[in-house]
Unconditional design. Structure first.
Length: 118
């Protein structure tokens, strides 16, 4: 295994604070947030290129998405409605949508994050 986590600070462009929402679903299936925790660190955040955008599901192609490299494990959103971890970048809030675990070969994680539009 190559530990490449040391490289993230050297290529990172941002110091970010990630918010993880903790809660549960009530009996009718409605999410109720009880608390949140904060995870901080340095990350490399890059907009997707044209080829990466074309690989997204069609319903996500028109929303701003970024690729994030971070040395800490984050929680992506689930199909069941569990909110993913969120961070602010360039004044916009992004939610983690997908994760690639490189911890076994490089000791870092790669994420796809989508801009939250209210």
């Amino acid at each position: 295994m190559f530990d490449l986590a040391f490289a993230i600070p050297s290529i990172s462009t941002e110091s970010i604070s990630v918010t993880r929402y903790v809660g549960s679903y009530d009996s009718s299936g409605v999410w109720s947030q009880s608390t949140s925790t904060t995870i901080t660190g340095r990350a490399s955040i890059q907009p997707l290129n044209g080829i990466e955008v074309q690989r997204l599901p069609e319903n996500m192609r028109y929303e701003s998405s970024v690729r994030v490299w971070f040395d800490k494990e984050l929680q992506p959103a689930t199909e069941g409605g569990l909110p993913g971890d969120r961070f602010t970048w360039n004044g916009d809030v992004y939610q983690i949508q997908a994760k690639v675990d490189w911890s076994g070969t490089g000791n870092y994680f790669e994420y796809l994050a989508r801009k939250i539009v209210d």
